[in-house]
Ligand binder design. Structure first.
Ligand SMILES: Cc1cc2nc3c(=O)[nH]c(=O)nc-3n(C[C@H](O)[C@H](O)[C@H](O)COP(=O)(O)O)c2cc1C
Length: 320
């Protein structure tokens, strides 16, 4: 039985979180993760409020277990998203893309738990002062929008653990039980995975996106859009063309980047689509059932912990 401060906050069996992914982790995927013993999340990014209500209701119809809702604070609908989450009895929200403020205060007054995503120690201290229950430390390796600081998960997590009193969740570059255990060794009390869950049968992205993930080598992603919010994507014709400094001006590239990221066309193909993914894509070799992913992360972490413990057993004196 795995129990720590994070499982208590989330109400889950495992301290493992499905990273919210806009237009991807909706009601059915959030419920599938929660039913597997981890913590599912419905991403609100780009959803109309009425659609969010429908997705939360769908998740509620598919699981009795807790799941959360992610609210990017820069969205003008952020307060409306929160109202809907409160109304439907969602116990936990995660906030990202902005400073915790009125939304966090209101969520706390409504009795919710709040996780806030950070990419630096100063952001972590601000989030703690704002009263959040835990921070998600997102490193440079992660898929999607990452912090401008470019600090890796391996360096960010222990510095946040030392600086904060609240639990730290590690996110970015973690895709199996080895990564899970390494994050705990750094002092994290939980792990959030995004890219790993993209390569599951239950993930609703098109087949060409999944195949592109499986084909990605270790350096198959890069950070696009240095001036705008940097976003980690798979390297393909589309992303390389937008990145190309000769492609019009920076503004045009950024506009195209945002427009394209907002919509994954199921009828398109892998060279015409911007596909967000983290550096850990290189570790993915097959599409798995989602509950198997959760179980194998937890089993592999436990196995590794046992075998590593052997290194630290006191050695017998040579005379014995
Ligand atoms: C396709 C994609 C979409 C994402 N969308 C969001 C989002 O809407 N909100 C958010 O907070 N994080 C978003 N993220 C980040 C994930 O929630 C998670 O923190 C990240 O994927 C962890 O790193 P990993 O990809 O190395 O596992 C996204 C990531 C990906 C790959």
């Amino acid at each position: 039985m795995f129990a720590n401060r994070l499982t208590e906050i989330l109400g889950t069996q495992y301290p493992l979180i499905l990273g919210p992914m806009r237009r991807i982790t909706l009601g059915s995927m959030a419920a599938a993760v929660s039913n597997s013993g981890a913590f599912g999340q419905v991403a609100t990014g780009l959803l109309r409020p009425a659609d969010l209500r429908r997705e939360i209701e769908l998740a509620c119809s598919l699981t009795q277990l807790p799941f959360g809702v992610n609210i990017p604070l820069i969205r003008k609908e952020a307060s409306e998203y929160l109202e809907i989450a409160i109304d439907l009895g969602v116990p936990v929200i995660s906030t990202s893309a902005g400073r915790p403020g009125a939304i966090v205060e209101k969520a706390k007054r409504a009795g919710m738990k709040v996780l806030h995503k950070v990419s630096s120690v100063s952001q972590g201290l601000q989030a703690q002062a704002a009263g959040v229950d835990a921070v998600v430390a997102m490193g440079y390796e992660a898929g999607g929008h990452v912090g401008r600081e470019k600090t890796t998960t391996f360096c960010l997590v222990p510095q946040l653990v030392d600086a904060l009193r609240i639990p730290v969740v590690a996110a970015g570059g973690l895709g199996d039980g080895r990564g899970f255990l390494a994050a705990l060794a750094l002092g994290a009390e939980g792990v959030e995975m995004g890219t790993r869950f993209l390569a599951t049968r239950q993930c609703p992205i098109p087949a060409y996106y999944k195949q592109a993930l499986l084909a990605a080598p270790d350096d198959g992603t890069f950070l696009l859009g240095k001036k705008a919010m940097p976003v980690r994507v798979l390297r393909n014709d589309k992303s390389l063309r937008i990145q190309n400094p000769n492609h019009d001006q920076e503004d045009a590239g950024v506009r195209e980047q945002n427009d394209t990221l907002d919509y994954i066309d199921p009828k398109s193909d892998a060279d015409k689509t911007l596909m967000m993914a983290g550096q850990i894509a290189g570790l993915l070799h097959e599409i798995n059932e989602l509950p198997e992913v959760v179980q194998s992360v937890m089993n592999q972490a436990a196995e590794r912990a046992r075998s590593l413990a052997a290194y630290f057993r006191p050695s017998r004196p040579a005379s014995l």
